[in-house]
Design a binder for this molecule. Structure first.
Ligand code: ADP
Ligand code: MG
Length: 285
């Protein structure tokens, strides 16, 4: 398998959680507007509730994801390399954002920060109402387990489990009836008759569709996908992105898709283009 495993990415998030947590508490005391972004003030909440009565223009929904002046610097051979520079954007609930850009432009680094798998050098991420910098590693892991789905380039299915079991087992670990839901999801991604096959018996496109079914099994609020079509041919890539578009529409799941394929990116509501760690394009469709 290529790419970083989810366990490796999980491990990458750990260092310095307590120190950064203390900093961010101090920062949010000094900067009350940071709180306002996460929690509506009572007057703002009342205003939101009154929108229907007074026919005032509707306020935009609270973002489900906000990236606020994110930077990430690596030290390599004694030199500092700025891999991400001042990245700021919001994603509304139910949005479909594509992050595009050439290899090495910082896409995976950004996705890791947005999902709370890695910590920024400066700046902050708000995910589903939580300032990630104020959470411990355990709290971030719990937030991911409950509300976040992931899809990776190299599928990351467990090779010793069938396609159905790859979906069923995580559900049963949560105490849900995995079998019925696994079958329902396999049917949804066009694999109704392949549930008993092991990953090695499935094509790349089929494996990625099974991984997509697994990523959606716990009804995440937000799905992060890092080049999910990178190992697929055009037709299978189109099919996987088409399914993500449909699931985003049907289930209202927010999707953040990393791709270097401009055509696939254009299926998103909005495309942010990165180059050398900076946003060089931002288009809304
Ligand atoms: P992309 O996903 O767009 O291909 P990445 O986010 O993986 O780009 O990497 C962006 C840049 O950061 C690359 O130049 C890469 O070499 C560098 N980089 C990524 N991880 C590390 C690390 N752990 N240490 C040093 N440099 C890194
Ligand atoms: Mg990458």
């Amino acid at each position: 398998m290529t790419g970083r495993s989810s366990a490796e990415l999980e491990a990458a998030g750990g260092a310095g959680a307590e120190a950064a947590g203390a900093d961010s508490v101090r920062d949010s005391l000094l900067r009350p507007q940071a709180h306002a972004a996460a929690i509506p003030s009572s007057s703002r909440f009342v205003a939101m509730m009154r929108v229907g009565e007074t026919r005032e223009p509707r306020e935009p929904p609270m973002p489900i994801l906000s990236s606020e002046a994110l930077t990430r610097t690596y030290v390599s051979g004694g030199r500092e390399i700025a891999v991400l520079k001042n990245i700021t954007f919001d994603v509304p609930p139910g949005g479909f954002l594509a992050i595009a850009g050439p290899s090495g432009s910082g896409k995976s680094t950004l996705l890791g920060l947005l999902a709370g798998l890695d910590r920024p050098t400066s700046g902050r991420v708000f995910l589903d109402g939580h300032d990630l910098s104020t959470l411990t590693e355990d709290q971030r892991a719990r937030l991911r387990a409950e509300r976040v789905g992931f899809v990776f380039q190299s599928f990351h299915l467990i090779p010793t489990l069938t396609a159905r079991e790859n979906i069923q087992v995580p559900l049963e670990l949560r105490g849900e009836d995995g079998r019925a839901r696994a079958d329902e999801l396999l049917a949804r991604v066009g694999l109704a008759d392949r549930g008993h096959h092991y990953p090695a018996q499935l094509s790349g496109g089929e494996q990625q569709r099974a991984a997509l079914a697994r990523a959606f099994c716990h009804r995440p609020r937000i799905l992060f996908a890092d080049e999910p079509t990178g190992n697929l041919d055009d037709a299978n890539g189109q099919m996987v992105v088409g399914l993500m578009v449909e699931l985003n529409r049907e289930l209202g799941t927010t999707v953040v898709l990393v791709t270097h394929d401009h055509e696939l990116a254009s299926r998103a509501h909005r495309v942010i283009r990165l180059r050398d760690g900076a946003i060089v394009g931002d288009s809304v469709h």
